[in-house]
Design a protein. Structure first.
Lengths: 854, 200
């Protein structure tokens, strides 16, 4: 018989009795403050926490529905061992229950062997924001660089990198309070999708009510487009072409740019030599700009200089142009009429959109806030993964963002803003070239700027080949499948996996199955046996987040604390109920595995740094700690020595004080410059060329250019009868694939006209003799799925729109499956050279398909 | 005296469906039954096409056509205007559902809630669970309202698109919203005088 967990989770305060327990939602990654209702030891309801600024007592559909998952009869409460050695789609693993001790002994023995032979052969895959600190500390102590394999196909390797370069932060948002003109580009910010969703939804509804214009650019008329004053459909993968056409208009025709901002806060005036590099002070020192008053080049930080923004100048090092001049000349190729043809957005719409945006930005205006005169730019363009998940995604997202930069709206009142680039214990930095370097606390992965050195990969996500990228998590499948191709001299042996359904979230499952079969031993931490866990050798029953403590704060400030004016607030996840016997949070199991492996002290030593614990509160080697203990030390560091868990009785949200004006609107208060010209990519590209030449790799070096460029996706080329482009969009009541197994959310999806359908326009349907409600087959060159057709005017005529991440097929996950919905990701190929942005690692989700009646 | 009503601001509703789930939780709504829904409609032709989100629920009519047709007098109107079904008296004949011009009454054939294979399924403690063979509808969360709370769909809404209040309080927010925004209600020609109003 299975034994109970050896060390039950420590009880939350007042764990018994009926109560509303304040904690943090994990229905998506946003960490909204909630209150969970416990009666008779069961969770029976959940509400938004009225005291948490990110929810203010509200909740979304998935956040409200997900407590029902605790009542799912398919929940696993005992470890399982696979009896069937054959792993495959639809293959019964023939589980047998085992005890925790036996399970952990088996896992420990395998890990111990790997660690002694080559610790890099361990790969860790979780998507669990507050848990990342645990897996990273464990992985580092173990000796593997391979942690954080997860949903990068969905995530924004390109947009996050762009926000880091231009805002100095990881995520971005809009100053809804003051903005008068918002463009949402391939995203649904403010529509319960994306960053800080409850707060953003309320703020955007307020903004629209006072007359803020909303424009949405998207191939499908999403919820956001439905609420917009104007929906602009676009051919997928051409967003970069549209952005560059708009930039061309702004710079070369309209001249509507914020010239003082460009002079003082960007590298626009830096002088560029014929070879593309900055003209520098003697001895390779500071970049120079042209002082128009003095008539010669001076270091960029020369006081009193009058920097020329445009023009060519003779210097002792030859003829140089300003960076802005280089960009202006380069942009001439993005002719509006030509780009109208590429994007299918009419030229007059491109012109009007550009004029409206520039006019709304009120370049040159100021506003008084708290007695300070600040730039006022009430117009913003916001983009995310939808427009960025393409070949050349980094350039595309930077081109969209460059429209913001040109009007000077970055992190000023009314404008586009990064999520807290400056905070109470972090600040943006400036490098010797005068350029912005995001706070170390924010760039905890690879740094897009300054870039790292290109190297022969040692990590299976291949990030060493992407020195100017934030992360390349989507490429694990490539590195695991073909390590020798990249000079990696080992193969993975063990996969520790949980809370990320690689099978459904990545690409064609047959290809992912091949990848997983290359890893001989897989351990899945999960509450339910999903498609990826069906490949596991050992399953360890994981707790629901209502049953666990977490590292603190749950809401990382660079992503999930509301930017702009307000207060600094920090949320702590605490359990509302005890996990059932036999169920343990994966994070606590990692701590026990470290102990069993004899690496607990190393993990604690690494953890003290990773977890940001003040030295006065450091964890001591030789002692056993729980996740709760670690969270307590983190809270003492951040909240103060007087922190006690008693503070969590009324709310899990702790407020440490108001934001200063310098934190709320940081851009006017720091001198670091942001790039219009990406000089660093020249050298980085040369390094990547040297490494890929050494490896004999065919590689795409085209994106390593300092000037923003549009790179067409492979899928834009005609390909026989594969004559439609697939496009994916998020549904506000779903989050990835996990919500698709909730009966209440499933019911919404069945009732909704689009969620479980695939959408084409009337002409595309008629051309194939298809009608509304027909069962259809959608085939790409990489995979196929079936679906139910919805004929609609709401989709670009060249596209078939497939929402969400649906279509489960695991034995225990049948609510949304069984022909009810369609799985977009089944149609995607595994990552490969033609399918990725070699600059950011972003995976291109543009794929051609053919459509026929089933 | 109170006279409860709801205003739905269509401009603020973004179709997130949080209200639908909150209502299901609060009422132990059987699988397949929702007492409030977000209807969707398409308008226009590509690319000038658009989508409309339209929340619906029982209108708690001042002249409810569902009341006189009930043979067992199960449907009653409280003094504060909330229209309720007494499941003890309800015989499930469906006459009210036929009489309702808004299609906002639902017959409970199967009252299981939640996961298949979980027996009777989930029941929220302290709330009513409809038995089989009766008709259910929105009850303005009278059990919450009587405790001074807002209906569940109002509390949960991320954009405050639903506003609940008392028409007998002259300065109440809903009276102001109704007066200032040319509020309208559904099927005025039916003479039902709904207490659910739409603006925006």
């Amino acid at each position: 018989m299975p034994t109970a967990a050896p060390t039950p989770p420590e009880p939350a305060q007042a764990m018994s009795g009926d109560a509303w327990v304040p904690t943090v939602c994990m229905g998506c990654y946003n960490c909204c403050g909630i209150r969970v209702r416990r009666e008779d030891g069961q969770v029976v309801d959940v509400e938004g926490d009225p005291l948490a600024p990110n929810s203010q007592g509200h909740l979304c559909a998935k956040g409200k529905a997900r407590f029902l998952d605790l009542h799912n009869p398919e929940r696993i409460t005992t470890p399982l061992r696979r009896r069937n050695p054959h792993k495959g789609l639809g293959v019964d693993p023939q589980w047998e229950p085992i005890g925790w001790d036996e399970a952990l002994e088996t896992v420990t023995a395998r890990l111990d062997k790997v660690r002694r032979e080559d610790p890099r052969r361990l790969v860790i895959a979780h998507f669990d924001m507050p848990g990342y600190g645990i897996s990273k500390a464990f992985g580092t102590a173990f000796g593997t660089p391979n942690f954080h394999w997860n949903r990068a196909d969905y995530c924004g390797a390109a947009p996050h990198s762009s926000h880091l370069l231009l805002n100095g932060s990881f995520n971005a948002e809009v100053d809804f309070d003051l903005c008068n003109y918002i463009v949402l580009w391939g995203t649904q910010l403010g529509h319960i999708v994306e960053t800080i969703p409850l707060h953003a939804a309320h703020k955007l509804a307020d903004a629209r009510a006072r007359g803020c214009k909303l424009v949405v650019i998207d191939p499908f008329c999403t919820n956001a487009a439905a609420k917009a004053d104007e929906w602009i459909p676009i051919r997928p993968g051409t967003d970069g072409a549209l952005a560059l056409a708009m930039l061309n208009l702004m710079l070369n025709e309209l001249g509507l740019v914020d010239r003082p901002f460009l002079r003082a806060c960007t590298n626009a005036p830096y002088l560029v030599r014929a070879d593309g590099h900055y003209l520098r002070d003697e001895g390779g020192g500071k970049p120079l700009l042209w002082d128009a008053a003095a008539g010669h080049a001076v270091p960029f930080d020369t006081p009193g200089a009058d920097p020329a923004l445009e023009g060519e100048f003779d210097t002792p090092a030859g003829r140089c142009r300003t960076a802005l001049q280089c960009l202006k000349t380069h942009l001439l190729q993005y002719d509006v009429e030509a780009m109208a043809h590429v994007t299918t957005v009419p030229a007059e719409v491109i012109r009007r959109l550009t004029r409206e945006f520039c006019a709304a930005a009120r370049i040159g205006s100021t506003i008084e806030i708290e007695g300070r005169q600040l730039p006022f730019r009430p117009a913003a363009i916001h983009f995310k993964r939808g427009s960025g998940a393409h070949k050349g995604g980094f350039h595309t997202t930077l081109a969209m963002h460059m429209l913001n930069l040109m009007v000077g709206n970055l992190d000023v009142p009314g404008g586009q803003r990064g999520v807290n680039p400056v905070g109470p214990f972090w600040n943006v930095q400036q490098d010797p070239d005068g350029m912005l370097v995001p706070a170390q606390m924010i760039t905890k992965y690879n740094r897009p700027y300054p870039p790292s050195e290109a190297r022969v990969p040692v990590t299976l996500d291949l990030h060493e080949l992407f020195p100017a990228a934030l992360f390349t998590r989507g490429l694990y499948a490539w590195g695991i499948s073909e390590p020798e191709k990249f000079g990696i001299d080992y193969t993975p042996e063990v996969l520790l996996h949980g809370r990320t359904n690689l099978m459904m979230n990545s690409h064609a499952p047959e290809a992912m199955a091949e990848t997983l079969r290359k890893i001989p031993f897989q351990v899945s931490f999960t509450g339910f046996i999903d498609e990826t866990a069906e490949f596991a050798d050992i399953i360890l029953p994981d707790a629901h987040d209502y049953e666990r403590w977490d590292l603190f704060p749950a809401n990382d400030p660079y992503a999930f604390i509301t930017p702009g004016p307000g207060e600094w607030y920090w949320l702590m996840r605490q359990p509302a109920v005890q996990a059932p016997p036999g169920v343990r949070p994966w994070t606590d199991v990692y701590l026990e595995l470290a102990e069993r492996l004899g690496i607990r002290d190393e993990m604690i030593a690494v953890g003290n740094t990773i977890w940001g614990i003040d030295p006065r509160h450091h964890l001591t080697p030789g002692r056993r700690y729980s996740v709760r203990d670690i969270a307590e030390r983190q809270a003492r560091t951040l909240i103060g020595d007087d922190f006690s868990f008693d503070r969590l009785r009324e709310t899990a949200c702790m407020i440490t004080g108001p934001k200063s004006i310098e934190q709320a609107y940081p851009r006017p208060f720091f001198s670091a410059r942001v790039p219009v010209y990406f000089e660093h990519l020249i050298r980085t590209g040369e390094q990547v060329r040297a490494v890929t030449d050494e490896l004999g790799l065919d590689w795409d070096l085209a994106p390593y250019t300092p000037l923003l460029t549009w790179f067409p996706c492979e899928a834009l080329e005609p390909d026989g009868d594969y004559d439609l482009l697939i496009v994916n969009f998020k549904v506000p009541f779903h989050n990835f694939s996990i919500s698709a197994e909730n009966p209440w959310i499933d019911e919404l999806s069945v009732a909704n006209p689009y969620t479980y359908h695939v959408m084409v326009g009337p002409r595309a349907a008629a051309a194939r003799g298809l009608a509304d409600g027909d069962r259809v087959v959608i085939e790409s060159r990489h995979g196929r799925d079936e679906g139910t057709l919805k004929v609609t005017e709401l989709v670009h005529p060249e596209c078939i729109a497939i929402p969400g991440t649906f279509g489960h097929w695991a034995r225990a996950r049948r609510i949304s499956g069984a022909g009810k919905s369609t799985a977009f990701n089944r149609l995607l190929p595994p990552p490969g050279l033609t399918r990725i942005d070699t600059l950011s690692g972003q995976i291109d989700t543009c794929v051609r398909v053919r459509l026929r009646k089933a | 005296m109170s006279r409860y009503a709801m205003v739905i601001d269509l401009a603020r509703c973004n179709g997130c469906n949080a209200c639908v789930v909150a209502c299901k939780v609060e009422h132990n709504s059987p699988n397949g039954i929702v007492l409030t829904a977000i209807l969707e409609a398409e308008r226009g032709q590509y690319p000038q096409a658009n989508r409309i989100f339209f929340p619906v629920l029982c209108n708690h009519c001042e002249r409810p056509p569902c009341v006189p047709v009930c043979p067992s007098k199960a449907t009653t109107v409280r003094d504060d205007g909330i229209v309720l079904v007494d499941w003890v008296k309800c015989i499930g004949c469906g006459a009210c559902a036929q009489a309702c011009p808004y299609d906002q009454r639902f017959y409970v054939k199967d009252n299981r809630v939640g996961f298949p294979g979980a027996g009777e399924g989930f029941t929220k403690p302290g709330t009513f669970k409809p038995p089989r063979g009766v008709v259910v509808k929105c009850d303005f969360c009278f059990h919450r309202v009587d405790e001074g709370l807002q209906p569940a769909c109002v509390t949960v809404c991320p954009t405050d698109a639903r506003i609940f209040g008392d028409r007998d309080e002259p300065q109440s927010r809903i009276n102001q919203l109704i007066a200032r925004n040319n509020a309208w209600s559904l099927l005025p020609d039916k003479g039902t005088r709904p207490c659910v109003y739409y603006v925006g």
